[in-house]
Design a protein around this ligand. Structure first.
Ligand code: T3D
Length: 264
């Protein structure tokens, strides 16, 4: 595959079809500054285009996952348009995570706050360390949940809980996150990356074209009527039915052997 590019604020690793993206500003709990926003947009663009990348793992260096917008960039006294900042920096990242036709796993190693929390919520799956904490912290600074928070949070935990988390900006422990459906799994801290990589490697060896179509169909159905969702399923299944992976899995079933998926 083409060389994985290197970045100033984001570390990358590639093995077994899995691209690992590590936010790397540990001194500020991986707060997102201008550079990190650009690096994240770039690495996700690369991941989308590289066919060898069949699954993504997003995690943080040090004791934080991501503490959201770097507030030091907001203390200079100059007028900043938050709307413009979201449209230019954050929204493209959230949209790419949500639409890239490859599984995305957030391996949440520590505190995830503000846009950092909502970055994790935009992933398809979340595995949390038992040291993870989730904070929809925006109301502590008089803001509203952004970076997809208004979309993903109520869908994951229900509207009532979403209001509670947004109004109180309360901390959700890993254990509570599991209970309310904010994460898929909690593991002991030292097992986080091995567990995330195990899951990611398994997915990367799976029928990833079908996973991508599943993701499109789920995303479409979130904002559709039943009738429209059924029609979209038929459309996606038409495509899935023509994949090499589908043919291979049917052949493998009758030959009583494990299938070998190629993601096409
Ligand atoms: O602006 C726009 O473009 C609009 C978009 C907004 C999106 C957003 O994300 S708004 C929300 C911004 N984020 C926050 O408000 C979170 C701020 N951080 C905190 O409240 C706390 O740090 C945490 C609750 C996340 C963790 O607390 P704790 O006690 O575990 O760690 P700490 O000691 O507060 O932080 C450790 C260091 O990281 C500390 O630096 P120091 O004192 O060791 O030099 C702290 O200042 C720094 N840090 C943490 N978060 C940020 C940060 N520095 C800059 N920006 C941060 N977001």
């Amino acid at each position: 595959m083409a060389q994985v590019p290197s970045f100033e604020t984001v570390l990358t690793g590639f093995a077994d079809g899995v691209l690992t993206i590590t936010l790397n500003r540990p001194d500020v709990l991986n707060a997102v500054n201008e550079q990190m926003g650009a690096d994240l947009r770039e690495v996700l663009r690369f991941a989308e285009r590289a066919p060898e990348v069949r699954c993504l793992v997003l995690t943080g260096a040090g004791r934080g996952f991501c503490s959201g917008q770097d507030l030091r960039e907001r203390t200079g006294g100059e007028e900043v348009s938050y709307g413009e900042s979201l449209r230019r920096r954050y929204n493209p990242i959230i949209l790419r995570l949500a639409t890239i036709e490859k599984p995305v796993i957030a391996a949440v190693n520590g505190v995830a706050a503000g846009a950092g929390c909502n970055l994790a919520l935009a992933a398809d799956l979340r595995i949390a360390s038992d040291r993870a904490r989730f904070i929809e912290i925006f109301s502590r600074i008089g803001l509203i949940p952004d970076s997809g928070g208004t979309f993903h949070l109520p869908r994951l935990v229900g509207l009532g809980k979403a209001f509670e988390l947004a109004y109180t900006a309360g901390e959700v422990s890993a254990e509570e996150a599991l209970r309310i459906g904010l994460v898929n799994r909690v593991v002991p801290h030292d097992d986080l990356l091995p567990a995330a990589m195990d899951l990611a490697r398994g997915l990367a060896q799976g029928p990833t074209r079908g996973y991508g179509l599943t993701k499109r169909a789920f995303r479409y159905a979130l904002a559709a009527s039943l009738e429209a969702a059924l029609e979209y399923e038929a459309h996606m299944q038409e495509i899935a039915g023509k994949t090499a992976d589908h043919r291979e899995s049917v052949a493998a079933f009758f030959e009583k052997r494990p299938p070998r998926y190629e993601g096409r």
